[in-house]
Design a protein around this ligand. Structure first.
Ligand code: GLP
Length: 240
């Protein structure tokens, strides 16, 4: 694992975004694995700046998102489709038809993991961007998820629902299920970039890097990936 610790978050986001920008400059048809949550937002701002100043083009890029809530329509403001369009895609020259996100539509949810896995099997993700949950989840792979799963439907941990309640009016409105790329799908990426800031993430970060590889701390499996870059600030790195 390559650990990068920064004094200033602005620098952290610039450096993490630089990995993506360099990749897309070298490989205009790059396949990016993208994440939601607050952790990648600073990176998305840097990608938008770089595109707007004509340093990089996303015209031929394909993206796969990690996860989506079950039961929110894609135009719900808190769906991950809405999040990605609002925070990134609408500001780039990427073609929306090349941006894939699992569908959380509850009517077809039973077929969706197979559909998404079939799509993914046509590509290899060059770089997967990740955040980490306070319980050590990646994507929505909650503690106890076997490491060898591809895309699947999960029941959200109560801690994850509480953490994400800040985006909803009430805890009751936070969906109870989600669909997520599995840990095996994530591990198939050629390179992984994980971002974690703030003291709330410190214990999960320590367990991910120093702890045993254990399904109860899903991110610990990243110790087995040959090309991982972890971007931390002093607060999230404080227990290392
Ligand atoms: C969410 C997402 C994850 C994200 C994590 C951390 O539930 N499914 O992909 O990494 O929680 O979120 P944040 O970056 O807002 O702390």
């Amino acid at each position: 694992m390559n650990i990068h610790i920064f004094d200033h978050e602005e620098q952290l986001y610039k450096e993490a975004a630089r990995r993506i920008i360099d990749l897309v400059q070298d490989r205009p048809k790059a396949v990016l694995g993208l994440a939601t949550g607050s952790s990648p937002l600073g990176v998305y701002k840097e990608l938008i700046k770089s595109y707007q100043s004509h340093h990089v083009s996303f015209e031929h890029v394909t993206t796969f998102n990690l996860d989506e809530y079950v039961g929110l329509s894609s135009d719900h403001p808190q769906s991950y489709r809405s999040f990605m369009n609002r925070e990134l895609f609408n500001h780039l020259n990427i073609h929306l038809k090349n941006t894939f996100i699992p569908s959380g539509d509850s009517i077809n949810i039973h077929n969706e993991p197979d559909r998404y896995n079939a799509l993914l099997s046509n590509y290899q993700i060059d770089l997967q961007l990740l955040g980490i949950g306070t319980n050590g989840h990646i994507g929505f792979n909650e503690p106890g998820t076997p490491f060898d799963l591809l895309t699947h439907v999960v029941t959200l941990d109560s801690r994850t629902r509480t953490d994400n309640a800040r985006f909803f009016h009430h805890l009751d409105q936070v969906p109870t299920q989600a669909i997520t790329m599995g840990i095996q799908s994530i591990m198939n990426a050629k390179e992984i970039v994980l971002i974690a800031t703030g003291e709330k993430k410190a214990s999960a970060v320590k367990a991910m890097i120093r702890g045993p590889i254990d399904p109860m701390l899903p991110a610990s499996i990243l110790q087995n990936h040959p090309n991982v870059h972890i971007y931390l600030n002093h607060q999230s790195a404080k227990d290392l």
